[in-house]
Design a protein. Structure first.
Length: 238
């Protein structure tokens, strides 16, 4: 049995793989499903369709019991449903809305910062929203938190605490998947981003981050204001 996390903005749990209605439920499917459009397009009878069981939020864990034709039969362990399954709510999810990360009997699947960086790259272009933690808006530490959470690793929510939890990496030896930390004038950590390339011989650095200046998740060379406030690099590991 495998463990996975939801990578879609919101995943709908279906009673069976053929439960989605052609056309009607198209917006609820796929890795970038649009649940707002899906719900707006339902008429009164459509909103009462019992082929829909429940919905799972981004980052929610599931157990995978079977994979068939692009679908996974899962148990949503964060949603108790003792009458149906003592482990959680059972049903079917499209496989492309999940990230499979480990076997229940085999230990962690080697999650590291580089894997988290690749997850974070899927968020490029998402709007910056202070305190955000969804594909509709996210902040810098939220991006780090969710990238690791999708891979089954729980990290602190805020940049200050992420800095405290990370192993120190001397500047100049950082590698892709490590984190850059930036401080306010009082020394408090106030920004974080993923290292995307080793530092260049001339000192130029690049990172992927939810940027309050650009109002987007971007991958870019460190701007002068970032260089001036860069205080350390760190590495989060399982």
């Amino acid at each position: 049995m495998k463990i996975a996390t939801v990578t879609a903005p919101v995943a709908t749990l279906w009673s069976r793989p053929d439960a989605p209605r052609p056309g009607v439920d198209a917006a609820a499917l796929g890795p970038h499903c649009d649940l707002r459009s899906w719900a707006a397009g339902l008429d009164d009878s459509g909103r009462l369709y019992d082929g829909v069981l429940t919905q799972l939020l981004h980052g929610e864990p599931v157990l995978i019991e079977e994979i068939r034709d692009g679908w996974a039969r899962v148990v949503a362990t964060a949603q108790p449903a003792a009458r149906l399954d003592p482990r959680g709510y059972p049903g079917w999810l499209p496989l492309d809305q999940l990230s499979v990360r480990e076997s229940a009997d085999g230990g962690a699947a080697g999650v590291d910062g580089l894997a988290a960086l690749e997850v974070a790259r899927a968020w490029l272009g998402v709007p910056y929203v202070w305190g955000g933690l969804t594909p509709y808006g996210i902040d810098c530490s939220g991006l780090v938190h969710l990238a690791f959470r999708q891979l089954g690793v729980t990290t602190p929510r805020d940049a200050y605490d992420q800095h405290a939890a990370a192993a120190d990496v001397p500047l100049g030896t950082e590698r892709p998947g490590d984190l850059y930390f930036f401080s306010r004038p009082d020394g408090r950590i106030q920004h974080v981003g993923f290292v995307t390339t080793p530092p260049a011989p001339d000192g130029r650095r690049h990172m992927l981050h939810a940027c309050g200046d650009a109002y987007l998740v971007v991958e870019e060379e460190l701007r002068p204001n970032r260089v001036a406030t860069l205080v350390s690099a760190g590495r989060l590991t399982p």
